[in-house]
Write a protein that binds this ligand. Structure first.
Ligand code: ADP
Ligand code: MG
Length: 259
């Protein structure tokens, strides 16, 4: 069954989290990874999720993307309340409507770059729209590498293949978890420019977890987590502003905690 198109009421907002909580384990050993997160992510925007190690960034991304189920609260993607989907429909929504980019590129080693890019469509039994494939391949700058296997590509090239694979379905939203975590600074800049271009010229929505202030400054907005709570929200972040906020996050987390 196809997933419904985005509801008009959700225009302008790609993803919403309401009072999102996530607890791992039970009893005294329980860890509260998300503690009542309320946030909206604009459509056609590039948003960075930041915070120190263990603050809940990956947990938030996984709950937003339907890779993990929250303990409480709700997530809407393109107007669909994903908590209301059974596992099969959630899998279809992830496959057809969401793009993923991970720190480890997660390419299939036996497939060429082009086959990796087309994999989400192949799995769905869909044919690529020729013009979109051309635009995506041009954007990632890999036109002369399409026949190469991942092992014949640099880390930066492999991650650009992964971004192209995320783009190929024209998803409602692309989620990236530390996409530059395994890359040198030059390759990181290429991948970040590509995510920026996906938003600016291909009209995509990107939500990226990073702990790198330089990476966050490519985004239109940076939201900051401390101890599973959203504590700051910066529009048009510069690396300096991000560094400054990161330096004071523990204070912010403590003050929120005292309320
Ligand atoms: P970040 O990505 O910001 O480093 P995470 O979302 O990975 O943070 O983790 C947030 C908190 O939840 C941490 O205290 C972490 O140890 C805990 N946590 C994450 N995943 C699990 C899990 N599968 N089981 C138990 N605790 C977890
Ligand atoms: Mg993480």
């Amino acid at each position: 069954m196809p997933v419904a198109p985005p509801a008009p009421a959700a225009a302008g907002v790609a993803v919403t989290a309401r009072n999102l909580t996530k607890r791992y384990g039970t009893g005294p050993a329980a860890v509260v990874a998300l503690d009542g997160v309320d946030v909206e992510f604009g459509a056609g925007r590039f948003t960075a999720i930041m915070g120190s190690s263990g603050s809940g960034k990956s947990t938030l991304l996984h709950c937003l993307a339907g890779l993990d189920r929250p303990t409480g609260g709700a997530v809407r993607i393109g107007g669909t309340d994903i908590g209301g989907l059974d596992d099969r429909r959630l899998t279809l929504l992830r496959r057809d409507r969401i793009g993923f980019v991970f720190q480890k590129f997660n390419l299939l080693p036996a497939l060429s770059a082009e086959e990796n890019i087309l994999l989400p469509l192949a799995i769905a039994g869909r044919r690529p729209a020729t013009e979109w494939l051309r635009q995506v391949v041009a954007a990632v700058g890999l036109a002369d590498r399409l026949r190469h296997r991942p092992s014949e590509l640099s880390g930066g090239q492999q991650q650009r293949v992964a971004v192209a694979r995320a783009l190929i379905t024209k998803p409602w939203v692309i989620f990236a978890d530390e996409p530059t975590g395994n890359l040198d600074s030059r390759s990181s800049a290429e991948v970040l420019r590509l995510l920026r271009e996906a938003v600016d010229t291909l009209d995509q929505t990107v939500i990226m977890v990073t702990h790198d202030p330089v990476a966050a400054a490519y985004a239109d907005r940076a939201v900051f987590l401390a101890d599973g709570r959203l504590v700051r929200d910066l529009v048009g972040p510069s690396p300096e502003q991000v560094l400054d906020v990161l330096g004071h996050l523990d204070d912010a987390g403590a003050s929120v905690g005292q309320r």
